[in-house]
Design a binder for this molecule. Sequence first.
Ligand code: DAH
Length: 347
Amino acid sequence: MLTKIKELKLQLEEFNVKNQTDLETFKTKFVYKKSEMGSLFDAFREIPNDQKKLVGQEINILKKEIEEKLILFEEFLQKSTTTESFEYDISLPSIPETLGSRHPITLIREKIISIFEKIGFNTSDGPEIEDDWHNFGALNFADNHPAREMQDTFFVNNQEKILLRTHTSSVQVRIFTDSKPPIRTLAPGRVFRNEAISARAHCVFHQVEGFFVDKNVSFADLKQTLLYFAQEMFGPETKVRFRPSYFPFTEPSAELDISCDMNNPKGCSLCGGSRNICKGSGWVEIGGAGMIDPEVLKNCGINPEEFTGFAFGVGIERITMLKYRIKDLRLFTENDVRFLKQFEDVF
Ligand code: DAH
């Protein structure tokens, strides 16, 4: 055994490393459990007791030498890689790292969330692939009701009526079924409709649903909430207008408009004076709203005698286009960096 130790010692003295591969060879020979050094330790256990003291001392000395060499080698390699990198011409200009920017839809979605966060709305999520009950049935769209025609639907499985959600109102059903009032939440997300792609329509777009259910929630709460939102988003002078409308899941229902200051001599903030957004009316539609139909609450296990609520849904593309004066919806999905990089930090 002492001869083996001597032999290893000699090899250790002669060993040198130039690169990581050499270091690995060194470790395989001297450091790892299965190295020659490792098997020395194994053999040590087998030798007679009267030899253990002497052999043990020798092994320990060798072990120490190995450890020292390992540190030396590692330090050496570390230094040599650092010096190596200085072999490049450090006076050359660096390759610029262009920072990405967030998508305008993301920016507006986050802005909407932060506006509503201030008045106690959290955010909720729901699946993009839905069933008929959550997207339509529980929301009072009766089978074969013409209201379904307003949302030309992509069905994934026609028999079981699995579909791509046509609106974020489906999240109302999920949240109402799974939780108890008070509920005050926003549900932002992607929705899908079978629409031809044009400057004003796309088969994939984004909505934010908001809903509030508690005791004594009234239409006045809805109006004030949406006025607050419109002014935070579009400026303190903004007014809102509710036009009577129809949605199966709200009663009464309204179309929500915001005002533009079309008579502003400096040009309206929404269209810059061209009047092509409000078409000279001074009002622009941004979504729908209403008091949640008691039938919807009932469908989801909430007692409408005890609780009332309001809901609204706005298109994120719509708000983004108004906010940034974007004229063509297709720009959002074309991934043109020249377009996308313009929007960071506008708020
Ligand atoms: N889900 C409707 C749509 O996509 C929008 C909507 C209207 C949502 C009225 C609501 C609401 O919550 O109360 O056309």
